[in-house]
Structure formats: structure tokens, C-alpha cells
Design a protein. Structure first.
Length: 164
């Protein structure tokens, strides 16, 4: 699939895939649920496979995931919804970097499919889920603060205990 077009002069023109939901649906399917594990309902895509590449796999998958966010931004989605989309990608990329657990998370979370559904939801019912987006982001921020803050507090407590 070509994500760009080249004019006669050889200069890249604006990507054509941004105008169609079908293309974005294809990108979401390719990255998240293109194939099915035989005998199950479990689906996976390139996102889970690319994650197996040590060091850069999850970063490459995260960059590819930004295509749907970029298209959503171009279509004028609210910033809060775009922030939720980015949070979906960051969450999947961060947890996806953990060996084995991350690969299972890629298959379960499906950030691209979620982001595509957020785009459709916003197009069909503009502004209807802004409160839900804010709650989601608040929960993610609180989880991040807890994941960083609790170990730091324990470490500081242990250091003070050993010096005292």
C-alpha cells in the first residue's frame, strides 16, 4: 500500500490516505488485527510482530500508530480526543517494551483500533465523549504518578532509615 503519491516532477504531494475512513480502517487492521490465531478469536497485526524487534520495534510501531492520530488532527478532532489517542499509543508502546508481557498487551490493547473508533465516534457524535476522554487521561496520569511516586517514596524512606 502506498501512503503517498509522487507527481510527474517527482515531488511528494499530500498523502491521499487522509481523506478516507476506509484507508484508516485498513491501517488500524494492518497494525492491530490483520491475522487470527487459528482455532481462537485472538487477532493480531504488524504492531505485535514489529514489537519483537529488539530495541526499536516498539518505537517503530508507535510511529506507525501516529498515522491515525495525524489524520484525526487534520480532520479537526478536539485536542482532548487527540490527547487520548496519543495516550493510547504511549501506553501500548511503554508496556509493549516489556518482554512477553508487552507482546500480550499489544494483542489485547489494540491502540490503533481504539484510536480509529475514537475518530469515528467524534465524527458521528461530535463532543459527546469529551468528559470520558478527560476521565481516561486523568486515570492515566494518576497511574503514572503512582507508578513513579510510590517507588520513589519507598526508596527515600529506605535511604532515611539506613542513614538514621
Amino acid at each position: 500500500m502506498r501512503l503517498y503519491s509522487v507527481s510527474v516532477t517527482g515531488i511528494l504531494s499530500r498523502p491521499r490516505f487522509l481523506t478516507s475512513n476506509e484507508h484508516l480502517d485498513y491501517i488500524a487492521a494492518l497494525l492491530d488485527d490483520m491475522w487470527r490465531i487459528p482455532g481462537t478469536k485472538i487477532r493480531f497485526g504488524l504492531d505485535a510482530l514489529i514489537g519483537w524487534v529488539p530495541g526499536i520495534g516498539d518505537a517503530m510501531a508507535g510511529i506507525a500508530s501516529c498515522l491515525i492520530v495525524f489524520a484525526s488532527w487534520r480532520r479537526g478532532l478536539p485536542r482532548i480526543t487527540l490527547a487520548r489517542m496519543v495516550a493510547n499509543i504511549l501506553l501500548e508502546s511503554t508496556i509493549g517494551a516489556i518482554p512477553v508481557v508487552g507482546d500480550i498487551f499489544h494483542i489485547a490493547w489494540k491502540a490503533n483500533r481504539r484510536n480509529y473508533r475514537l475518530l469515528l465516534r467524534e465524527r458521528e457524535q461530535p463532543g459527546s465523549s469529551i468528559k470520558r476522554d478527560r476521565v481516561f487521561l486523568a486515570v492515566i496520569v494518576l497511574m503514572f504518578v503512582a507508578a513513579v511516586g510510590i517507588p520513589m517514596a519507598i526508596l527515600i524512606w529506605l535511604l532515611r532509615l539506613s542513614n538514621g
